[in-house]
Design a protein around this ligand. Structure first.
Ligand SMILES: [Zn+2]
Length: 343
């Protein structure tokens, strides 16, 4: 009995589920389903960015298309290899024809029958071209067909509605994995048709191990781990030396704008921003963390200053939330500084 239980989880082939760290519940759910031959047709992987959802989704896809006879994916057959080999040019999709990716902006507009890039949403055009046009056919290589939907919360309402029927009753052997860090933004009908698998933030020691494995100097680890809140990709990004200088400058500029006579410096700062959402997100996180530290440090000796820092911290969090709602970076920065000045 003990032997059987062990065989369901170990040994894990390299590159597959073995790369997903510190998510025992999610891995247990998926490996049991694979070994038992009861893989659900539509999963919803929920959890913060950078904690292993995508690694697990690819491991699941690989296991489903594997022709080497291992229910968890043998890691050696051509199908396993191609499931994890991405094209080096746009669209960066797997070499295996039965592992398909849906993601905002992944495909050139002309490929999915559009005149413009998808800037804010996964369009219904992409769902039609990439999912509906293929989902009703048998897999090319006769095992399974897997659709991975990255940031599924970015499906437009019409795209989500177009997906519903297929999601509910896909062809035999067709599977969906919807990845999201914001499951509350999925429409109810999508949520009710998908089975949740939850991924939690990674423990600090696991993130530290990942930073070490990436050759990042130890002196940068602590701050990155504090700011990344359990996200490995977030911590790696925060360790980028060039970015950390830029982040310090951002925090200093916001502080100067908050202390200025009028909103002029805030407007100038907002106008100078380029449009990189990822960079703005990490800058705002750094600002929020600096304000949180300031508030904690002042609690005992200067309660009024602590309250002010805590209120400004809330304004930074509000700006982060606005950013995730696709608010204009320009306007959200000015609004944030205005709120901080009122504190
Ligand atoms: Zn294989």
């Amino acid at each position: 009995m003990a032997h059987e239980a062990k065989a369901t989880v170990a040994p894990l082939p390299p590159g597959g589920f073995g790369h997903v760290l510190a998510q025992p519940t999610a891995l247990d759910t998926l490996t049991r389903a694979l070994v038992g031959g009861r893989v659900h047709h539509a999963y919803r992987f929920e959890g913060p960015d950078g904690v292993g959802k995508e690694l697990a989704a690819f491991a699941l896809a690989r296991a489903l298309v594997c022709v080497g006879g291992d229910p968890l994916g043998c890691g050696r057959c051509a199908a396993c290899t191609r499931a994890l080999t991405l094209a080096r040019v746009r669209p960066e999709t797997p070499a295996h024809p039965d592992v398909m990716i849906v993601e905002r902006g992944l495909y050139p507009p002309e490929t999915i029958g559009r005149s413009r890039e998808e800037l804010a949403e996964i369009s219904v055009d992409q769902v039609r071209k990439i999912v509906l046009a293929h989902a009703s056919f048998a897999p090319h290589e006769n095992r399974a067909k897997v659709f991975l939907v990255r940031a599924a919360d970015e499906l437009s309402t019409s795209a989500a509605n177009a997906l519903l029927k297929t999601l509910e009753e896909p062809r035999q052997g067709t599977h969906f994995v919807l990845l999201t860090s914001r499951p509350d933004r999925l429409i109810d009908t999508i949520r009710s048709r998908t089975l949740p698998v939850r991924f939690g933030p990674l423990p600090d020691d696991v993130v530290r191990g990942i930073l070490r494995a990436h050759g990042i100097p130890p002196e940068r680890h602590d701050l990155a781990i504090e700011l990344a809140a359990g996200s490995a990709s977030g911590a790696i990004e925060l360790c980028d030396a060039e970015r950390s200088t830029a982040r310090d400058e951002f925090v200093a500029r916001v502080r100067a704008a908050v202390g200025a006579h009028d909103l002029g410096p805030a407007v100038a700062m907002a106008e100078a921003r380029d449009r990189d959402k990822g960079e703005l997100r990490s800058d705002l996180r750094a600002l929020a963390a600096a304000l949180a530290r300031e508030a904690r440090g002042a609690v005992a000796r200067a309660p009024a200053a602590a309250l002010q820092a805590a209120t400004r911290y809330q304004a930074a969090l509000r700006a982060l939330a606005d950013l995730e709602r696709h608010a204009s970076p320009h306007l959200l920065l000015i609004a944030m500084v205005a709120r901080m000045r009122e504190a």
